[in-house]
Design a protein around this ligand. Structure first.
Ligand code: ZN
Length: 371
């Protein structure tokens, strides 16, 4: 199915500050008729690739763009775009019922059929495929035929975290725009503003949760100022601002705090690893593994650099620094390798409880070693 899901992007608003330079390049290219007919937007998850694609659609489809190329937000085309109903902006994603998460050849063929038609409203059509690496081989081949001779009126935007998974032939047909995670100075104020406007600080939670904390991690983190909260989310999201925002909105920060409390509780001999493994059964495997990996990385970092300005769990510095003294570095790195291997094998079916028992017993042994 060709999907025209409403974008959650107001294209008349400014592009995020870390994308401004790329935006300017796209605008210059458009104004000098140098914009490619196929663009490949690549970069880490949560950095704003699709948002930039939607802004570009606004630039190309709005009838009265602003001086800096942004859509006006008021014309009929803008209203259609913001409602997700513009007939000349099409978004192709994996079908909701596709268990494999693939984009199939049939979907791409439907989109390519639309590509050959004249734009319904203006002179341009914007066709977005996301994530482009979800196209299976047949889908990619169908697209390639179209990219060899695209219709004059079309701009294709392929969005992906993994450009290397696309064939060299597809990549070579595209103007490649790669984005990297922004500097902290750019991302932090942006995220803080959004957290302040979207999230209500929960005073009640701050007051009651501290009592249960085994080592002050929960209390430390809950009392965090918005700036600290933003910094923590960004660290969890490896610097990708939209991912950080999503983490904050889905309660991932609170969940992470609980998992960290469990890990520190085990390390301090206050929690039984098998009991925690039982509780963790209902968790998403990737969230639990990420908590273990990040906690271990923080501890190993603090072992080398006690000041550890760039640790992930800023609110739990004290407890993690205490752990650092208990972990033998070589054993810590061996365990980290095991965790990373487990994460890369995550697609294989496995018994989650047995896995957590094995990992948490090993975590207990590692962290209690010389306590
Ligand atoms: Zn407009």
């Amino acid at each position: 199915m060709v999907d025209r899901t409403a974008p959650s992007v107001r294209t008349s608003e400014p592009v995020p500050p870390w994308l401004e330079a790329i935006w300017q390049r796209l605008l210059d290219a458009h104004r000098h008729a140098r914009l490619g007919q196929a663009l490949l937007f690549s970069g880490p998850l949560g950095i704003g690739k699709r948002i930039l694609a939607e802004h570009l659609a606004g630039m190309l489809l709005c009838v009265a763009p602003q001086a800096d190329g942004r859509a006006c937000g008021a014309c009929a085309d803008c209203r259609l775009l913001e409602a997700g109903n513009h007939p000349d902006r099409l978004l192709l994603e994996p079908a909701a019922d596709a268990a494999s998460g693939e984009i199939r050849a049939e979907q791409v063929r439907q989109l390519c059929a639309r590509e050959t038609l004249t734009p319904m409203r203006g002179s341009t059509k914007v066709l977005i495929i996301r994530p482009a690496d979800a196209m299976n081989l047949f889908a990619a081949n169908s697209l390639l035929k179209t990219l060899e001779e695209p219709a004059d009126s079309t701009v294709w935007v392929l969005v992906t975290e993994h450009p290397q998974r696309l064939s060299q032939t597809i990549r070579s047909r595209c103007q490649q725009i790669s984005m990297i995670s922004p500097q902290l100075e750019q991302a932090l104020p942006w995220l803080e503003t959004r957290l302040e406007t979207r999230l209500e600080p929960s005073a009640a939670r701050q007051g009651s949760a501290g009592a249960k904390a085994p080592s002050g991690t929960r209390a430390d983190a809950a009392a965090a100022l918005p700036a600290q909260r933003a910094a923590h989310c960004l660290a969890l999201a490896q610097g990708a601002p939209f991912r950080a925002l999503a983490l904050a909105e889905t309660g991932a920060l609170e969940q992470r705090r609980d998992l960290l409390d469990d890990l520190i509780g085990i390390a301090q001999g206050e929690r039984d690893p098998l009991g925690v493994a039982h509780e963790w059964q209902r968790l998403e495997l990737s969230a639990a593994l990420a908590a273990m990996i990040d906690a271990l990385i923080d501890s190993l970092r603090l072992g080398i650099d006690p000041a550890g300005a760039r640790i992930i769990h800023l609110g739990a510095r004290q407890a993690l620094a205490a752990l650092a003294g208990q972990i033998e570095a070589a054993a810590g790195h061996r365990f980290l390798r095991l965790l990373l291997q487990t994460r890369s094998a995550i697609d294989a079916p496995m018994n989650q409880q047995i896995l957590f028992e094995a990992l948490l017993v090993r975590w207990a042994r590692l962290t209690r070693a010389s306590a």
